[in-house]
Design a protein. Structure first.
Length: 173
């Protein structure tokens, strides 16, 4: 995308949209290579997403074994004007497991507390809960039919963005 002003506007739209949501859909891979979908409350840090996940729920164990994941942040269906083109941002991610005694633990937990409240702090004191820093590698922002954008880079909005112009094709009768 060559229009810097347009890219800047789209990047701000993405940030505003992500900020308007409090949960994401999370896709991980089981130890047997099977897909596993779940959800989690989240908070954004600088160019990352923090989630606090329990080992009791499969997604934490999956991320410990395989750091590849995908996340979807999507408009509520009740408020969407078009069910087939809900506003959404999807990310392919690298999940960094943040150890309790590491430098990043306090920052991540505080980021979650600031956004989601004290429950995050309480859960972080449980030994089965794990902090993950989800680092986007690439993503896609869809805000309607013909309004889809792909981006790459370790950022919530990417460092390079392209408008997806391949449209839907009607079947021959």
């Amino acid at each position: 995308m060559k229009n810097t002003a347009m890219q800047d506007r789209l990047q701000q739209e993405i940030l505003d949209f992500v900020d308007s949501r409090q949960t994401l859909q999370l896709a991980t891979i089981t130890k047997d290579g099977e897909p596993f979908a779940s959800y989690a409350p989240f908070a954004t840090g600088e160019d990352c997403i923090y989630v606090l996940l329990s080992d009791i729920a499969g997604h934490a164990l999956n991320l410990k074994a395989n750091a590849k994941a995908s996340a979807l942040i999507v408009e509520d269906e009740d408020s969407a004007s078009e069910k087939f083109a809900r506003i959404r941002v999807s990310y392919n991610l690298r999940a960094d497991h943040i150890a309790v005694d590491s430098e990043g633990w306090e920052e991540g937990i505080q980021t979650l507390v600031n956004r989601l409240g004290e429950r995050s702090k309480n859960l972080s004191e449980m030994s089965d809960f794990n902090l993950f820093k989800l680092v986007p590698q690439r993503g896609r922002y869809v805000k309607g039919f013909g309004k889809a954008y792909s981006f790459i880079g370790e950022s919530l909005t990417g460092t390079a963005m392209d408008h997806l112009t391949d449209g839907h094709i009607k079947r021959a009768s």
